[in-house]
Design a protein around this ligand. Structure first.
Ligand SMILES: Cc1ncc(COP(=O)(O)O)c(C=O)c1O
Length: 382
């Protein structure tokens, strides 16, 4: 990244690391010579390496990983594959990104109701605070008809991080499947998938891959309940270019390939695998998350001594301390303040973003205290 540029927007788009770009360029050269492309090494093994890298980052079994194009297609594999009955219900929080809303709303034609649950009093006109109990609100909203609860782990606008362990436990106790849109936490925050049924993410934000490549993790037993999408690469054995396919009673693999579509973009798979391996070499989320929290608290501490920022800095610091924030610090500001700050940022080569009345500042593993200083200087002058 150019040294003068401060990118605080991986919540919009993660930058592709140089190592991933190098892998991509090498592979593109191969694509220009299809006669040199090897089926196993340059196709099957690259897909396998992405499933393995994703599994290592999330601390799960690679056999439970599926390649998807993005978060939405992962959620759709669940929404379209689940054995719904008319009258069933899905719960989602109020204010979800459309990826985790539209696939569930579309089930209305099959008689499935999607209910949106407010996570705190006065949402969305009031801001989230550390003493709220969003998980309890969601669990309290479960009815005898609820089959699935689908939540964003980290919310795209206000930055709230839900406690997946509490939700997963509560859902399991009530016989409900917890399905997670994980894109705003993947690559920056540590999660346990214990008790979760599915976790979908795109690869182009905190995971630092290209747009158009994502990952889906599913619990093995839950996956067998889903109708497979049904493509030729999801057969029990790897497709043989030799022409003879093994004869199986089962049509579909039982591992994560069961939920995959046909040929993936192999360059996108290789780039995302390289980006994830880099995150792992940097210590993975176990190192990245506390680093981000240090940077967030340093920024909020600087802002807290300024009268104009003190209240928001205190609200956000309480969220960070209560483990209720992800990597996005979302400052609730009047629209003209957001616009003024974004304009000032542009002249200083700083990139942040706004969503739904929040100014979003997202730190990642490569940021340092110098970046915090620069960010504070920009905000305090604005
Ligand atoms: C919470 C959340 N989910 C999903 C997405 C994107 O979905 P997809 O990976 O399908 O493009 C975004 C993008 O901003 C997001 O913030």
């Amino acid at each position: 990244m150019p040294p003068e540029l401060l990118w605080l927007s991986h919540c919009k788009d993660g930058p592709l690391p140089r190592v991933a770009a190098d892998v991509l360029i090498r592979l593109l050269a191969t694509e220009l010579r299809p006669w040199d492309v090897r089926w196993k090494e340059d196709f099957l093994d690259i897909q396998r390496s992405l499933r393995e890298a994703g599994a290592a980052l999330f601390g799960v079994d690679a056999r439970d990983m599926s390649l998807t194009t993005c978060t939405t297609t992962g959620l759709e594999a669940v929404a379209l594959g689940y054995p719904w009955r008319s009258g069933d219900e899905v719960l989602i929080p109020l204010g979800e990104f459309p990826s985790n809303r539209l696939p569930w709303l579309s089930l209305a034609s099959r008689g499935v109701r999607c209910t949106e649950v407010p996570l705190w009093d006065g949402q969305p006109s009031s801001t989230p605070r550390a003493d709220m109990a969003p998980e309890q609100r969601l669990l309290d909203a479960i009815t005898p008809c609820t089959r699935v609860m689908a939540v964003s782990w980290v919310r795209y606008q206000d930055g709230v991080r839900l406690d997946l362990a509490t939700l997963a436990r509560g859902c399991r106790e009530r016989g409900v499947h917890l399905v997670v849109d994980g894109i705003q936490g993947a690559g920056t925050m540590a999660a346990s998938f214990e008790g979760v049924s599915a976790f979908a993410t795109g690869g182009h934000k905190g995971l630092l891959g290209l747009q158009g490549q994502g990952l889906l993790w599913t619990d093995a037993a839950f996956r067998q309940q889903l109708t497979p999408i049904g493509t030729w690469l999801s057969a029990p054995d790897d497709f043989s270019q030799g022409g003879t396919q093994a004869n199986h009673d089962a049509l579909w693999a039982t591992d994560g390939r069961r939920l995959e579509a046909g040929s993936p973009s192999i360059v996108s798979c290789a780039a995302l695998a390289a980006s994830i391996r880099l995150l792992l070499e940097c210590g993975g989320v176990a190192a990245i998350q506390p680093h981000i929290v240090r940077l967030q608290r340093a920024l909020l501490s600087q802002l807290s001594s300024d009268a104009a920022w003190a209240a928001e800095a205190a609200r956000l610091d309480a969220l960070v301390q209560a483990n209720r924030a992800g990597s996005i610090l979302s400052f609730a500001l009047p629209a003209e303040a957001c616009e003024r700050l974004i304009n000032a940022a542009t002249t200083q080569h700083i990139h942040a973003s706004t969503r739904e009345g929040y100014l979003r500042i997202a730190f990642h593993g490569w940021h340092d205290m110098g970046d915090v200083q620069r960010c504070a200087g920009w905000l305090l002058a604005g």
